[in-house]
Design a protein around this ligand. Structure first.
Ligand SMILES: *Cc1c(COP(=O)(O)O)cnc(C)c1O
Length: 372
């Protein structure tokens, strides 16, 4: 009664769209962290692998190990590490590690020595986001130490990367400039990389001269725009997630009845109330109350009463709605993830990523079905 319908064919098309931006064929890292932004990490990754994605990107080693445990063979990069993370397991599983500082470099080199094979690393430079990565002041020391580890056979320097703040074009351009400078410095010191990568979905769409060797694409793979203006279709992107449910009960009530916690809605006239079994446990934000809309048989209804943990109620007037009718929360013919995001004062990324709870994921275009 609660389904996230995930269209993996749309994900495959979006991959092709991003791969062929401005008519060139480029390397793409499909970013599948956070359960593939709520779309299901394993199924999305299996399909991306069939589509020949060049890399998979995850935040941490645990996510990367889960991909390997599911027999994913594609190269994987993980970049957000806890000081207690198991780099030995990561190296043994052939996972590339993003390395942001000397402490991580020492730890990864030690782990490589124990495992008996070199660690595949991507050095991360902080060009101005202020999250992980070495600042330009610390960059020469990181490069110098990495060179020593490369010579000692404990490290293979595969890549160099950074991440934009998406503040505005002026700030992003400064970061692109700093990234180029960091690459030049490393090269002058004798360290060159197979893969230099900087842009995520937004930068990949905005700065087509800054793709370097690979782009890292998350939200665009899922068919959503990285910009807050609902422009996915303009880029040829197709949303991959539809969140849907069914009406589980209807009832006629008279005028003046209070509905759901706090009586934020009172019926204006005799009307029908329809109960839908989706709540904030499923990731529907509680502050969708009073602003979001859902769709039943191509008609939109505002969620006027309080969204609860398990359910919400809509007032459907005299419409002939019955238990079992399909309710689209977003996607397909209903509101878009952007519409729901706007209603909840957040972004489409958060909407799809937070979908979970008791939703069941149902896939179109599963890799295993394509193979048969
Ligand atoms: C999440 C993430 C991405 C993907 O970002 P999108 O905006 O979803 O394309 C790329 N690179 C890094 C470092 C990230 O953390």
């Amino acid at each position: 009664m609660r389904k996230l319908v995930i269209d993996l064919n749309a994900v495959a098309e979006n991959l092709a769209t991003m791969r062929n931006l401005n008519g060139t064929s480029k390397k793409v890292m499909g970013v599948v962290k956070a359960n593939a932004y709520g779309h299901g990490m394993i199924e999305v990754s299996r399909r991306l692998e069939i589509e020949g994605v060049d890399y998979l990107g995850v935040a941490d080693v645990q996510e990367a190990l889960a991909l390997r445990a599911a027999a994913i063979k594609t190269r994987i990069l993980a970049w957000l590490h806890d000081p207690s993370d198991d780099f030995e397991a990561a190296i043994a599983a052939g996972i590339d590690l993003g390395i942001s500082n000397l402490e991580q470099l020492a730890r990864v080199a030690g782990a490589a020595a124990k495992v008996g094979s070199p660690a595949r690393v991507h050095l991360k430079v902080d060009t101005g986001l202020g999250r992980n990565g070495a600042t330009l002041a610390h960059w020469p020391a990181l490069v110098h130490q990495a060179l020593l580890e490369v010579k000692a056979g404990r490290v293979v320097a595969i890549g160099c990367f950074s991440h934009l703040s998406s503040t505005n074009a002026n700030e992003d351009r400064k970061q692109i400039e700093r990234f180029s400078r960091a690459l030049e410095e490393a090269s002058a010191a004798g360290l060159d990389f197979e893969l230099r990568h900087l842009t995520a979905s937004d930068g990949s769409l905005s700065y087509q001269d800054a793709h370097f060797d690979m782009i890292r694409v998350g939200i665009a793979l899922y068919g959503l725009s990285p910009f807050s203006d609902n422009r996915a279709a303009d880029f040829g992107l197709k949303p991959a997630m539809c969140a849907e449910s069914v009406v589980v009960q209807t009832k006629r009530v008279s005028a003046g009845e209070g509905v759901s916690y706090g009586y934020l809605h009172r019926t204006a006239a005799e009307t029908t109330l329809a109960l839908i079994p989706i709540g904030y446990a499923e990731g529907l934000p509680r502050n969708a109350t009073g602003t979001a809309q859902v769709c039943i048989s191509n008609k939109f209804y505002k969620v006027l009463s309080r969204v609860a943990m398990d359910q919400f109620v809509i007032d459907v007037g005299d419409d002939a709605i019955v238990p079992g009718d399909r309710v689209v929360i977003f996607g397909d013919c209903g509101p878009t993830a952007d519409d729901l995001a706007n209603a909840c004062d957040t972004i489409n990324y958060e909407i799809v990523t937070r979908m979970g709870g008791r939703f069941e994921r149902v896939y179109l275009g599963k890799a295993t079905e394509l193979a048969n």
